[in-house]
Design a protein around this ligand. Structure first.
Ligand SMILES: Nc1ncnc2c1ncn2[C@@H]1O[C@H](COP(=O)(O)OP(=O)(O)O)[C@@H](O)[C@H]1O
Ligand SMILES: [Mg+2]
Length: 267
């Protein structure tokens, strides 16, 4: 059953002529992990912002459980591209705050759980650091631990591992899978990524966006059973074929867009 729906959604930012999103229709099932890939500027972050209830659509309808999305809510945890941490709180306090906000932990239990989450993202020795004292990748890991602490039914993640180094990225991807599939109560995840291998490793379906204004060019079903094993996956001929298909979709669209721009400019 579709949990999140975008029906003919368009978004033009005030003052902009060109829409950022144009007639986007997309359904995300309960418990699904949907990845979105697309060229930069195609409206991926704007889609997250709409789903988060931070930006109103210019037209069309967004719903969660068939109720219109009008405001942010505790039912949706967002991991932004640019780390959504409170700069005046230590790494640990950022997570404790999220745990208290989720209503699941208070007092000593919240401190213990926050330490556990920081440990999960490999940052137990940085608990007393403020965001400004951490590297970009570390801040991103705290932001992910903070999002996990919220334990929301829906996760909206905007290139959450983009700033993280390769080794930690692999660990965090597996943590995300654990969070997603844990305790018989599957989360619904909308994951924007520029990493095709990440999308193929994590997702049930991949929505390839056109170069913009944002629309779905193609939905790809990822056929690999779970648990997936990276080593075998990347050697599977179907994996290689899907990877090539996505790459060529992205390249073809970018080339056509460039040709149109050049043609339009009379070059
Ligand atoms: N707050 C904003 N105000 C005006 N225009 C914006 C804003 N955010 C994004 N845009 C524009 O909307 C388009 C889509 O941007 P974005 O959603 O950030 O794309 P992506 O995340 O795919 O790179 C771009 O042309 C961008 O310049
Ligand atoms: Mg973006």
């Amino acid at each position: 059953m579709a949990l999140l729906k975008l029906e003919s959604v368009s978004l033009t930012y005030p003052g902009d002529e060109r829409p950022a999103i144009d007639n986007l229709t997309l359904r995300i099932d309960q418990g699904e992990l949907l990845a979105v890939v697309g060229p930069s500027g195609c409206g991926k972050s704007s889609t997250i912002s709409l789903l988060a209830g931070l930006t109103p659509a210019t037209s069309g309808l967004l719903t969660l459980h068939d109720s219109p999305i009008l405001t942010p809510g505790p039912d949706r945890a967002v991991v932004f591209q640019d780390y959504s941490l409170f700069p005046w709180m230590t790494a640990l306090d950022n997570i404790i705050f999220a745990l208290q906000e989720s209503g699941r932990f208070t007092g000593k239990a919240a401190i213990a759980e926050a330490n556990k989450l920081l440990d999960m993202v490999g940052l137990s020795s940085y608990s007393q650091k403020y965001p400004s004292e951490l590297s970009g990748g570390m801040r991103q890991r705290v932001a992910i631990a903070r999002a996990f602490a919220l334990d929301a039914p829906v996760y909206l993640m905007d290139e959450p591992f983009g700033a993280v180094d390769a080794k930690n990225r692999v660990t965090l991807q597996d943590l995300l899978l654990k969070l997603w599939g844990g305790e018989g109560n599957k989360k619904t995840v909308f994951l924007v990524t520029h990493d095709i291998d990440e999308a193929l490793y994590l997702a049930d379906r991949i929505a390839v966006f056109t170069p913009g204004p944002g629309r779905v060019l193609k939905i790809i079903d990822v056929p690999f059973p779970r648990p997936r094993r990276r080593f075998f996956l990347v050697q599977d001929p179907r994996y290689i074929a899907l990877r090539n298909e996505i790459l060529s979709l992205l390249q073809k669209e970018i080339l056509e867009e460039l040709q149109q721009v050049e043609g339009g400019a009379g070059i």
